[in-house]
Ligand binder design. Structure first.
Ligand SMILES: Cc1cc2nc3c(=O)[nH]c(=O)nc-3n(C[C@H](O)[C@H](O)[C@H](O)COP(=O)(O)OP(=O)(O)OC[C@H]3O[C@@H](n4cnc5c(N)ncnc54)[C@H](O)[C@@H]3O)c2cc1C
Length: 284
């Protein structure tokens, strides 16, 4: 289907983009890589009167070292993020998750900020950024503000950004020396996960000293598996010990039931995939 008519704006500065959002309000929609928005427009599930393309704003693109954290600009493509040496060294979990995200074409067009703003509970980036305790810098008419990852994902396809705000960049603390793994369960290659688990683990002589675990598609938002994280600390990184800790992976979640599986099946998957992800992150 052809999208409904819209006006197209392509600001070259963040201030212009914020002003355009303020002027057009509910009638406007940001477009970045278009990999999620264009299908929505073509199916006429949304019909904004104005599209604001943020792809020409230089300051929104790129990755920089900011001391104890990495900062990833919102319009940096998945391909660039996953191949970046800084990301692979200090935030390997992000790079590994992107390796499983869609196909090469989508990874070359889709953006880090677009995927997170889209807030699909089955999206592959929410759980990793949540597990790593990222911070989101957003800009709007009132200026800039920072939102903690725990507060960013609000509901099904909904973030805590206001309608007149846009995502500028994501700050990810460095996890240098931590092991990381993203375990994704799909029926069809290059598609969204039925369930996936993001795990980052720091070991000391075969013992798990710290763990961070996020779950994809186990609720209306990505979920941090804090019960597992706590249960893992101090355990030997062995199959049996990690299996027991992973048994609480689904605690407190409210997984969906759909054609790919019911909620109980997803709870089972969460425990199995958590065990696999943690053991792989601990390199056992
Ligand atoms: C065939 C196919 C397979 C895919 N498979 C997967 C998969 O396996 N896993 C996965 O996680 N994703 C998958 N995706 C989605 C992909 O990750 C998209 O790149 C991503 O969801 C959206 O990024 P985008 O830059 O294209 O955003 P757009 O489509 O341009 O925008 C998406 C939404 O975010 C908003 N937005 C964009 N940028 C900003 C910003 N800076 N500030 C505020 N709001 C903003 C837009 O208004 C829109 O509502 C797939 C997509 C396709 C087409």
């Amino acid at each position: 289907m052809i999208p409904a008519d819209f006006d197209y704006l392509a600001p070259t500065t963040l201030d212009e983009a914020v002003a355009a959002l303020a002027e057009h309000g509910d009638d406007a929609k940001i477009i970045a890589g278009g990999q999620s928005l264009l299908p929505v427009l073509r199916m006429r599930l949304n019909a904004p009167e104005v599209l604001i393309d943020v792809g020409r704003i230089e300051g929104l693109r790129g990755i920089r070292d900011d001391g104890d954290a990495l900062v990833i600009g919102a319009t940096t493509t998945h391909h660039t993020v996953s191949g970046d040496p800084l990301v692979r060294k200090h935030a390997a979990l992000i790079a590994k998750a992107i390796e499983h995200l869609a196909d090469a074409q989508v990874r070359h067009r889709g953006t880090f900020g677009g995927a997170l703003s889209h807030a699909d509970p089955a999206g592959d980036l929410g759980a990793p950024v949540l597990a790593l305790g990222a911070e989101f810098l957003v800009a709007g008419p009132g200026g800039r503000r920072t939102i903690a990852a725990d507060d960013f994902f609000d509901d099904f396809f909904t973030t805590s950004m206001a309608d007149d705000e846009l995502l500028v960049e994501v700050r990810i603390p460095k996890y240098t020396g931590w092991g990381a793994h993203y375990e994704k369960f799909v029926r069809v290659a290059h598609q969204w996960p039925i369930v996936a688990v993001a795990a980052a683990v720091r070991t000391e002589g075969g013992t798990i000293a710290e763990a961070r675990v996020g779950l994809t598609n186990m609720d209306v938002t990505p979920v941090r598996a804090r019960a597992v994280e706590e249960a893992l600390v101090g355990l030997p990184a062995t199959d049996e010990a990690v299996r027991q800790a992973a048994a609480v992976a689904a605690d407190g979640t409210n997984p969906p039931t759909d054609l790919n599986g019911d909620a109980d099946y997803r709870r089972h998957l969460a425990a199995v995939l958590t065990r696999r992800a943690v053991l792989a992150a601990a390199e056992v």
